[in-house]
Design a protein around this ligand. Structure first.
Ligand code: ADP
Ligand code: MG
Length: 321
């Protein structure tokens, strides 16, 4: 059976030129995953690990430089029609609801305009906009439809963004750190709204977050990213209960703030002065379990039958964990 979304060997190398010199930076490498209808995947990783770059490739905002993305088995690279109709297949919710809404337009216009552009509604969009506002909990919808973004709170604005996205009937919604600019309790409401809509509207979700707790709460599967690579991937509870990659373990042990560097972790960082290994593992400098092979030898992902994969020498040939 074809997955709703299949990603194979996906990569992105950014090229910049300065003073006639070409510089290349590999932001994302060798990403593989599948997404089924109704499924939630969380992509977890610290800032700069490549999460948004993946989201931008999935929504065709930027082209991939390696690999391909398949929606219902159709290649995004090769199928021009798919690229044109992509907004009705996949939609993205960004981190900042303040920036996502044009301050000069009413909520009615903001939510209604894409319905006209994508020909979802012929004629008056107002009834459909009211319905969408109700779906995202902005009730009574009549009180919101003629307001401007500045009259709404951050949480209400993010609900407007969700209503706008929902209007196009996408199969997949990608939410890129959708709650990081909101108060914690408001953020939880937004997460619950997304889960609720996923069930009611038969959607699949990709949640991008730096918070393993949110990932666990929301997702069926988790992908842990570091320096542009998938360090670990698998079903949520198995991955959380029995983490394999030293980075995943570090994230879990340093909970509730996985990015806070404790004294103990700092001791592990004594390799930091060494040059970044070209051939070896990108996590070498921060890894408590690193050995010589991690500096010198390219690491290959190891997949197991339980649907998990890990990118670590401990699990490769001769690995014993
Ligand atoms: P995340 O969302 O996980 O914080 P990003 O995907 O935004 O990470 O960025 C991954 C890496 O790619 C970062 O090092 C970032 O600086 C780099 N990057 C992102 N966009 C560009 C670009 N347009 N040109 C060059 N480098 C970029
Ligand atoms: Mg990002």
């Amino acid at each position: 059976m074809k997955s709703l979304l299949q990603v194979s060997g996906l990569g992105k190398t950014f090229t910049s030129r300065s003073m006639l010199k070409k510089k290349e930076f590999q932001a994302v490498r060798n990403i593989h995953f599948g997404l089924e209808p109704g499924e939630v995947l969380a992509i977890v990783g610290e800032s700069g690990s490549g999460k948004s770059t993946i989201a931008r490739m999935l929504t065709n905002l930027i082209p991939a430089t390696d690999g391909d993305i398949y929606y219902n088995g159709e290649s995004l690279k090769r199928n021009r029609r798919l690229r044109q109709t992509l907004p009705t297949f996949v939609q993205m919710i960004f981190q900042d609801p303040f920036a996502a809404l044009n301050p000069h337009h009413t909520i009615g216009y903001i939510v209604g305009r894409p319905l006209q552009v994508q020909r979802q509604v012929k004629g008056d969009t107002r009834p459909r906009v009211l319905e969408l506002l109700n779906k995202v909990g902005l009730t009574p919808a009549e009180d919101f439809i003629d307001k401007y973004p500045y009259q709404l709170s951050g949480g209400q604005k993010q609900r407007v963004v969700i209503a706008k996205v929902l209007g196009l009937n996408p199969k997949v919604i990608i939410a890129d750190e959708p709650t990081s600019m909101l108060d914690v309790s408001i953020g939880v409401d937004i997460m619950n709204l997304l889960l609720d809509l996923k069930d009611k509207e038969n959607l699949s979700l990709i949640l991008i977050t730096h918070n393993l707790g949110s990932a666990r709460y929301m997702a069926d599967r988790i992908m842990v990213m570091y320096a542009g690579q998938m360090m670990e991937y698998g079903p949520t509870e198995e991955l959380i209960q029995h983490p394999r990659h030293p980075y995943t373990k570090l994230l879990l042990h340093s909970s509730p703030d996985p990015w806070r560097e404790t004294e103990e972790q700092e001791k592990m960082l004594d390799r930091q002065g060494e040059p970044v290994p070209d051939a070896g593992c990108s996590f070498y400098h921060r890894c408590p379990s690193a050995s010589g092979v991690c500096r010198t030898t390219r690491v290959e992902a190891v997949s197991t039958e339980d649907g998990r994969s890990v990118l670590c020498h401990l699990y490769g040939q001769g690995g014993d964990q």
